[in-house]
Design a protein around this ligand. Sequence first.
Ligand SMILES: [Zn+2]
Length: 240
Amino acid sequence: MLKNDYTYCTDYDYNTEYSCESSGCYDEGICRCGRIENATVKSVNLTSLTEEIYSQFMPENKKSRNRESRISEILYGGEIIDKYCIYRILVVNRAFLTDCWEVNTSGGYYGDEVDSVTIELSTLNKINSQCEKLFTLETLSEKLKYVLELEYGYVLDDIKDCEFELVSIYKNHIDFKKLNQNHIKNVKMEDLSHYSISNYDLPRGIVRGEIDNYKIVDGFHRIIAASDKKPFSVFRVIKN
Ligand SMILES: [Zn+2]
């Protein structure tokens, strides 16, 4: 079972109320009266949350970890694939919503302190079981189809029997004209900073077709947020 303390994957804030006079802090010369109030999570960093969760699925022993990563690399592409899928699982479960996070505090000898920042248990349980399932899948295609099904509820007919390969492309290799213009317009109006090249360096989605006129199967937000000038990686559908 995944642990539930992701303090360093979140940005949180709180106010502290003091009552030094009535609490006798001045007499003692030490403030012990601070009470934390309105502690809230301001934002969740899905990239570092992905790293934290991934590392919990790896063996702690360094030798076994290296062995496992070499095998998974050969079988399906390894670490980057699992991290891609974990990130998708986090998005499917809307782990970016600050409402499902809580800052836990407790009293110490020097007043209230922050103990941990946790995600609601029902969400953690879903993330846990979906990640467990992910790590039982042994091919790239099984893993990608699994997260597509989680996200959309089904896998597109003409992808069902396909394989995938990781390729590096430029944004202008995508034929945006063929895609739903309304959707593109809406996506462009959203805040996509979490998918900027400095915040997100995993593959940016799934495309099909040939170079210079790829169509986006999945990943509009991630691909639109990519740099216009720098290459990025995506999964390309290969017809069998
Ligand atoms: Zn005080």
